[in-house]
Design a protein around this ligand. Structure first.
Ligand code: ATP
Length: 339
């Protein structure tokens, strides 16, 4: 089956800023990322702050051009298209939902205008058909008709995020990328928005990429979980296996630190901070915090190895045994990390 979107060997390198001005340093935001998203599939992306989740999300929806590597939409190379065609492909084929709906929506436009805008820009249907589509979108995301002429400032946070979701869906995209879609919302409405996304994905057959710090939610929402560390994808795991069968020590450590996923255990301790994306360590970037690391890890970053289950692969010289419990790993990791 042709992937909705496929990224191959994508690198994103930024000029680093210091004291408000660009310096000679480079920030390696994404390094050699490869990922294909199938129609109807939900892929969750996890990793600590600054590991490149948003960069990958932006590359996937074609709003960030990779410094090198390719991005294909339904088999067609996005960045070799003429610009007008690329804009249409991206505009109509993808939708992005951002973290904070208060900044993502134009405060001066009514809900009607916000939702009609993409239809106008892409010349969809007659005026009457566009108005019908606005009504349809509002009902799809559970917004009452009475809010059609409301401004974003008159809506609650949850209602604003519903408008943002409706806008992302306006042109019936095959791919929706949600970057931390609930982290700016009150805890009480988070579950409603997540359930709405799950429901829409089922009903519309969307491919959904879901980026979040909230590991528990990612596991619940996703078919497949991508673990990122310092700009690299280090593991891809079927969501059902990720808690206790992940092979990369970093994935196990992340999940061990998530309350409610495993029987209460102390999390696997990781030593020190995440290294700078300006000067990533040689070899495996996780080695400076990994209790299993040795000189082999300093020498090279391994390629992906396949685990026993299809769709599960990892990049690690010293992977965790598939059947090794996380509780056991905590014990193993303690002596070195408390030295
Ligand atoms: N425009 C930019 N210029 C310079 N550096 C950037 C730029 N955009 C991102 N970065 C850097 O690239 C790295 C990856 O950033 P990114 O926002 O993708 O991470 P993230 O995992 O989404 O983080 P968070 O969870 O905090 O949102 C970080 O070190 C970030 O500071």
């Amino acid at each position: 089956m042709t992937a909705v979107v496929e990224v191959r060997d994508a690198h994103v390198v930024h000029k680093a800023r210091g004291g408000g001005v660009f310096t000679r340093d480079r920030v390696y935001a994404l390094t050699g990322a490869g990922l294909a998203v199938a129609p109807g599939e939900t892929v969750g992306v996890v990793g600590e702050s600054g590991c490149g989740k948003s960069t990958l999300a932006r590359v996937l929806v074609g709003i960030q051009r990779p410094t090198s590597g390719t991005v294909s939409f339904r088999g067609r190379d996005l960045w070799s298209m003429p610009p007008a065609e690329r804009r249409t492909t991206v505009g109509a084929g993808t939708g992005m939902i951002f973290q904070d709906p208060s900044t993502a929506l134009n405060r001066r436009l009514t809900v009607r205008r916000i939702l009609r805008d993409p239809l106008d820009v892409h010349g969809r249907g007659t005026r009457a058909e566009r108005d019908d589509r606005v009504r349809e979108l509002m009902s799809l995301v559970g917004l009452p008709r009475a809010l059609t002429d409301a401004l974003p400032g008159q809506l609650s946070g949850g209602q604003r995020q519903r408008v943002a979701i409706a806008r992302a869906l306006a042109l019936d995209p095959g791919l929706v990328v949600a970057d931390e879609p609930t982290s700016a919302l009150d805890v009480s409405v988070r579950a409603q928005i997540l359930n709405l996304l799950l429901d829409l994905k089922e009903r519309l057959g969307l491919a959904l990429v879901f980026v979040s710090h909230d590991i528990q939610t990612v596991r619940r929402m996703s078919d497949r979980v991508i673990t990122m560390y310092l700009g690299r994808i280090v593991e891809e795991t079927p969501a059902a296996r990720v808690t206790d069968q992940a092979r990369h020590p970093y994935t196990r450590a992340l999940f061990s630190a998530t309350p409610g996923l495993l029987d209460p255990i102390d999390p696997i301790p990781l030593t020190g901070p995440v290294p700078s994306a300006t000067r990533p360590p040689s070899g495996c970037p996780f080695r400076t915090r990994c209790w299993k690391a040795d000189e082999v890890c300093a020498g090279s970053m391994p390629d992906f190895s396949a685990a026993s289950q299809p769709g599960h692969r990892y990049r690690c010289h010293h992977p965790v045994q598939e059947d090794q419990s996380t509780r056991d790993l905590v014990r193993q990791s303690l002596p070195r990390s408390t030295e």
